[in-house]
Design a protein around this ligand. Structure first.
Ligand code: FES
Length: 209
């Protein structure tokens, strides 16, 4: 059986761009290209890894917004609420429901930093690398977190508990350096403080079984 065509037709060394609504040009670097390509190749995951409850909510969402291409961002936000990220397969389903190309959906999903295209751990650590945080030592905080959890930026721990993600300004520069964990802000960080926050969360999870 013939598989789906890729969202983007890429070769290893291409620098590609795509248009959104014929107006905005988005340049995508090679790493992002390859990540998108991998997402495309794994687009059948949704049927196999998502629960029936999530799929039901997703089907209801598609039915509610069928043909409403102007609500694309809202739809993507709701898809992320349902699954915790935007699965590759959902891109095709949304495209079909709205009557637009999957590359356009992918273009919007990659343009806005709020959208995640990979599954994340139970706790998403967003470490600010904005100017104020950078000046006040966010790199040291990042290294401390990476060493403690044994992951690099963008990765998830093997137990699925933590994902570390460097982000731009979180909007609370007076507390710099800052990280957010599942939407809660932790400011005036030091490496020790960051470590103890994470240890507390891990201990709470262990206690809860
Ligand atoms: S620079 Fe980190 S919160 Fe603004």
């Amino acid at each position: 059986m013939q598989g789906r065509p890729p969202l983007l037709n890429l070769t290893e060394n291409m620098l590609v761009f795509s248009y959104i609504a014929g107006k905005i040009v988005i340049f995508i670097d090679r790493d992002t290209c390859l990540a998108l390509k991998r997402r495309s190749e794994r687009a059948d995951e949704m049927e196999t890894v998502q629960g029936q409850g999530q799929l039901k909510l997703f089907e209801e969402l598609l039915a509610e917004y069928a043909g409403d291409a102007g609500s694309l961002i809202t739809i993507l936000q709701k898809v992320q609420e349902i699954f915790g990220y935007i699965p590759g397969e959902s891109i095709y389903r949304i495209a079909g429901s709205l009557g637009v190309g999957p590359a356009k959906i992918m273009g919007v999903a990659t343009f806005y930093s709020q959208f995640r295209l990979e599954p994340v751990g139970k706790y998403l650590i967003q470490l600010c690398q904005g100017t104020a945080c950078h000046v006040n030592g966010s790199e040291r905080i990042g290294r401390a977190i990476e060493d403690m959890l044994g992951i690099r930026d963008g990765e998830t721990t093997a137990d699925g508990l933590f994902t570390l993600k460097s982000v731009a300004c979180l909007g609370c520069c007076s507390l710099s350096p800052v990280m957010m964990i599942n939407g809660d802000a932790y400011g005036s960080l030091t490496p020790d403080k960051a470590r103890s926050i994470l240890m507390e969360i891990a201990a709470g999870e262990e206690k809860a079984g």
